[in-house]
Design a protein around this ligand. Structure first.
Ligand code: GRF
Length: 217
């Protein structure tokens, strides 16, 4: 019997991070298996890609539900139906209720395109350029009730160039996202981390100090 963690990916849009997770999960030794891709937006381009891959997909259009709770109840039904053990949010643009977040505590991860705790929320790249930071990046973290908050699992850094626009910076960060997210999900699914006091410790850290990925990948 497979010991891979049964994982759902939730999207709202393009789904390029979903794609990187799906592709990583094809490796025989990857500890997570993508058993469901769900979108809250019927028109999300990522859903089409997932269908073409033959993945199980679900569209749970939040606009069809009278409340967040009703939407989440339907989502939970889909997660239960597929025996989901881990959730990876990948460009999922809905805030979850504290009850849902608590139910999935330390079993739901998200990727955010900044070096948290800097630049939570939207327009991260524009705001990073406005602030004049010289290093930008992305963060994979466990989800908590506050937006873009929660114990940090992994981060990747990229340089900010003087010629950058929000779009060129976003593209550089996105390339890093596609590398760090599969690596972080691998750690979570394999049980390679410890979470206590709101902090994640990487059990088998390579100790590498000159990598722009931490933990190094
Ligand atoms: C990514 O930048 C991710 O960090 C953020 O939303 C964007 C989603 O892009 N949460 P994609 O749908 O994965 O291509």
């Amino acid at each position: 019997m497979s010991t891979k963690k049964r994982t759902a990916i939730l999207i709202s849009g393009r789904g390029s991070n979903m794609q990187s997770l799906v592709e990583a999960a094809r490796a025989a030794d990857y500890p997570a298996e993508i058993v469901l891709v769900a979108s809250n937006r019927p028109e999300a381009p990522g859903i089409g890609w997932a269908e073409k891959q033959g993945l199980v997909t679900a569209i749970i259009d939040h606009k069809q539900y009278p409340s967040r709770e009703a939407f989440e109840a339907q989502l939970q039904t889909a997660l239960d139906a597929h025996g989901v053990e881990l959730i990876a949010l990948a460009g999922f643009m809905r805030l979850m209720t504290p009850a849902f977040v608590e139910r999935w505590r330390d079993r739901m991860v998200n990727i955010h395109p900044s070096l948290l705790p800097s630049f939570k929320g939207l327009r991260t790249h524009e705001r990073a350029l406005e602030a004049g930071v010289k290093i930008a990046g992305c963060t994979v973290h466990f989800v908590r009730a506050e937006m873009d908050d929660g114990p940090i699992i992994a981060q990747a850094a990229v340089p900010v160039l003087p010629s950058d626009s929000p779009d060129t910076l976003a593209a550089r960060v996105l390339a890093a996202e596609h590398r760090v997210y599969p690596a972080a999900l691998r750690l979570v699914a394999a049980g390679g981390i410890r979470s206590a006091d709101q902090k994640v410790t990487i059990i088998q850290h390579s100790g590498e100090t000159d990598s722009l990925f931490s933990p190094a990948i």
